[in-house]
Write a protein that binds this ligand. Structure first.
Ligand SMILES: C[S@@+](CC[C@H](N)C(=O)[O-])C[C@H]1O[C@@H](n2cnc3c(N)ncnc32)[C@H](O)[C@@H]1O
Length: 214
């Protein structure tokens, strides 16, 4: 629990190997149900094209695909990709799931109706450029969905990076996601029960917004 991603600043191989260790078990590290915030948001949207970066073992991707979304996802962990494929197969859906880092993914600018950033924590020196890159993949009017552990999570130890620099703060939203009109932008406490790695009282940032039509 709570031992996520000291490897955040490394190469795709370092990060993939770090997460492979967590995903090697047959049990799904974050469970097979979607993240609750992601689910609440996606259930309100008409299906279209969805991008899920850092999608781990595929729980959010499979949920969306089952509900009619065309899903592109990626993660540097081959084990994560393998389990995402197995979960998709169990539900009779297909995903375009690549094995790579955000920096390596060939993003299609303006192509997506929604982008979901679910616990994809980036090192401080890569965070702004990384999230802005994801934002550029949204079409104007497209939906940005995010849930990230807040800085206050550090002392709880119930999930997320054990590194203050990789945890998130509301103050960072404007610089990371310029040109988004947010309808939800909040820091809250909530109980999280997602597999064995996210368990217990937690502090998170939740975002929902639309890329401005300029
Ligand atoms: C906490 S897990 C969340 C997985 C998934 N989003 C979910 O909610 O179940 C974080 C994931 O981000 C991935 N990750 C970390 N750094 C990344 C990067 N730079 N580019 C792409 N994925 C990354 C890891 O491999 C890991 O699977």
């Amino acid at each position: 629990m709570g031992d996520e991603c000291k490897a955040g600043g490394g190469t795709s191989c370092d990060i993939g190997a770090f997460w492979d260790e967590r995903y090697r078990d047959e049990a799904y590290a974050f469970g097979t149900e979607p993240n609750a915030w992601f689910r609440a948001c996606i259930d309100e949207l008409p299906p279209g094209r969805l991008l899920l970066p850092g999608e781990g073992e595929g729980r959010n991707a499979v949920y969306a695909a089952r509900h009619g979304w065309r899903v592109d996802a990626f993660d540097p962990s081959p084990e994560g990709r393998r389990k995402a494929g197995a979960l998709a197969g169990r539900h009779g859906v297909t995903l375009d799931f690549r094995c790579c880092l955000l920096d390596e993914y060939a993003l299609e600018a303006g192509a997506y109706d929604a982008v979901g950033i679910i616990f994809l924590h980036l090192p401080p020196e890569r965070r702004r450029a990384g999230y802005r890159r994801l934002l550029s993949a949204l079409r104007p009017g497209g939906a940005l969905i995010a849930e990230l552990y807040a800085k206050e999570q550090l002392e709880l130890g119930t999930g997320g990076p054990r590194d203050l620099g990789m945890l998130y703060a509301l103050e960072e939203v404007d610089e990371d996601f310029p040109g988004v009109d947010f309808t939800v932008r909040r820091a809250i406490a909530r109980d999280i029960h997602e597999g064995r790695l996210h368990q217990g009282p937690s502090r998170v940032i939740q975002l929902f917004g639309r890329r401005r039509i300029s």
